[in-house]
Design a protein around this ligand. Structure first.
Ligand code: ARG
Length: 252
């Protein structure tokens, strides 16, 4: 029974990217990079298969999206690979001992899409390091450059990247993003991308991964309509409004 639930989650997460493999590993509109430059990035794995991204916020805590862990029957089905540019080899793998999903998370609206994962032992491998969390606030200002990393699909409906990818996208104002997603955005979300242009975005498999502005963690990859469409920017979990919840539950 538990296996059915897990297989269902794997099928759900990868259903979008089971089509033709792409030769060139480019996130949507990004480029290959090294974990040495983004040492806070981790690959979240379910039964040793990459399902999502995440970020190291202390030696024992990872932050990711709630939708990435919602169907894991027990924490031990999850593990975290840190310190590797390649999602399925290298670095060090840590088992997850505790999952704290936000109690207000709603799967249909993606509201409060955040979870904290405690790992079994202190993360201390090469090219693994913490990222500072943004202080409490309302969210990043429009036009700031957000750095998004992950091993997600390299095109809408495409296959996942093997090597870590990075893309830079400007933050979009609430007013502008409301026109793309009427009545769908909450205070727990912000948008980034290039409205009217598209071409650069996170995609399936990047979820839970970090959105960093000036070396500070502001968001997590959460959702979007397709990937990199000109009229549908990426939507990110707004960590500034969730700062107190993170601190209460992880001590970070
Ligand atoms: N929900 C997706 C995942 O599980 C991430 C979607 C992000 N989409 C986007 N267009 N930015 O990996």
């Amino acid at each position: 029974m538990k296996y059915l639930v897990v297989l269902g989650l794997v099928a759900f997460v990868f259903g979008q990217e089971a089509s033709v493999p792409k030769l060139d590993g480019r996130i949507v509109g990004g480029e290959a990079t090294s974990i040495a430059t983004y040492p806070y990035q981790i690959s979240l794995q379910l039964l040793s298969t990459h399902i999502c991204g995440g970020a190291i916020i202390s030696s024992s805590w990872i932050i990711t999206a709630a939708h990435c862990v919602v169907n894991a029957p027990v924490p031990s089905y999850l593990s975290v690979r840190a310190g590797s540019s390649i999602r399925n080899s290298g670095g060090q793998v840590y088992s997850v001992v505790k999952v704290v999903s936000h109690p207000s998370y709603v799967s249909t609206s993606h509201d409060y899409d955040v979870a904290l994962l405690q790992v079994s032992s202190s993360i201390s491998t090469t090219n693994a390091n913490v990222i500072s969390l943004a202080a409490s606030g309302t969210g990043p200002a429009a036009n700031l450059t957000a750095v998004v990393t992950g091993w997600g699909a390299t095109s809408e409906g495409g296959s996942a990247a093997t090597t870590l990818q990075v893309v830079r996208v400007p933050v979009i104002s609430r007013t502008d993003c409301d026109t793309a997603y009427p009545l769908q955005l909450t205070d727990r979300m912000f948008c980034a991308g290039i409205l009217g242009v598209g071409g650069k975005d996170a995609c399936q498999g990047d979820s839970g991964g970090p959105v960093v502005i000036d070396e500070v963690l502001y968001g997590l990859v959460s959702w979007g309509d397709g990937c990199a469409r000109d009229d549908a920017p990426g939507v990110y979990t707004n960590l500034q409004v969730l700062r107190d919840w993170i601190s209460i539950n992880s001590g970070v």
